[in-house]
Design a protein around this ligand. Structure first.
Ligand code: ADP
Length: 255
């Protein structure tokens, strides 16, 4: 069973969307639990999940499928989206705004009440099986205006906004994931909150829950705490030496 600590009403909302065949858009910074949440919900709903990490070379064919050449000639291979459509599973497109624009052509008819997938290469139009659900995520923090989602796309989705969990919940997550004690979890969360408050100054992204978990693992493995914070949390945030040194001052203030 996947561990997931709910942080708001996301579980009920996702379930309501799933029951009504509505697609879901999850917004939020990196490392705040979006992927974990989707995996957990897929388990709860007993549906397979196909996760695709989108990137700027990702085309509609990567999602839908393509003809391949084998020993007996060419054959068709379904992509992850097509598999989810046929099986009634969840297709999760992580960082969807990175994908090439031609992907919207296949996503739009699936994301509204048509629930159909046109497969251009074979001329087929598939009707999505009842359990099929399209879930996409993106990080509004580092989206350029150009790359933002078009209103015609975003208005097809039920939207959930994720952020870093409240103090107690984040401590629980760090403890559950790393096996550390409450004291260390409390100090790491407090450190993260101080660093997040500096966010607007120098950093592209704030310290995520993921970084706290990494740091806690290092401490549990015997790495001295300041060194663990440097490698687990501070260095991954910035390449700028002055920034790293300033953030390490925050570390020394907490530990
Ligand atoms: P995202 O997809 O938002 O970038 P992830 O879902 O991969 O982030 O989360 C990063 C890590 O943080 C997960 O592997 C998990 O260990 C932890 N995590 C974050 N939020 C939660 C939560 N609410 N419940 C359980 N684990 C969480």
């Amino acid at each position: 069973m996947t561990f997931y600590q709910p942080v708001g009403h996301e579980v009920e909302l996702f379930r309501a969307a799933a029951d009504n065949g509505l697609p879901v858009l999850i917004k939020g910074p990196t490392g705040c639990g979006k992927t974990r949440f989707v995996r957990y919900m897929a388990e709860q709903l007993d549906r397979p999940v196909y996760t695709v990490a989108c990137h700027d070379d990702l085309t509609a064919a990567d999602l839908v499928g393509r003809h391949l050449i084998g020993p007996e000639g060419t054959y068709w291979q379904d992509g992850p989206l097509t598999r989810a459509v046929r099986e009634g599973g969840i297709c999760y497109l992580d960082e969807v705004v990175e994908a090439r624009k031609d992907t919207t052509v296949v996503l739009h008819p699936l994301a509204d009440d048509r629930r159909e997938l046109p497969i251009e290469r074979t001329g087929e139009v598939l009707n999505a099986a009842p359990g099929f659900m399209l879930v996409v995520s993106y990080n509004p923090g580092y989206q350029s205006l150009l790359k933002g989602m078009k209103p015609s796309t975003r208005q097809r989705f039920v939207s959930l906004s994720f952020d870093y969990p409240a103090t107690e919940l984040e401590q629980t997550i760090v403890m559950e994931e790393s096996g550390c004690d409450r004291d260390l979890a409390a100090q790491l969360v407090s450190l993260a909150q101080s660093v997040r408050n500096l966010k607007d100054h120098d950093l592209e992204e704030a310290a995520s829950t993921r970084l706290l978990i990494h740091t806690a693992h290092l401490v549990r493995a015997g790495v001295p705490v300041a060194r663990a914070c440097r490698s687990g949390m501070i260095e991954p945030l910035s390449d700028d030496e002055a920034t790293v040194n300033a953030l390490m001052e925050v570390v020394y203030a907490v530990f």
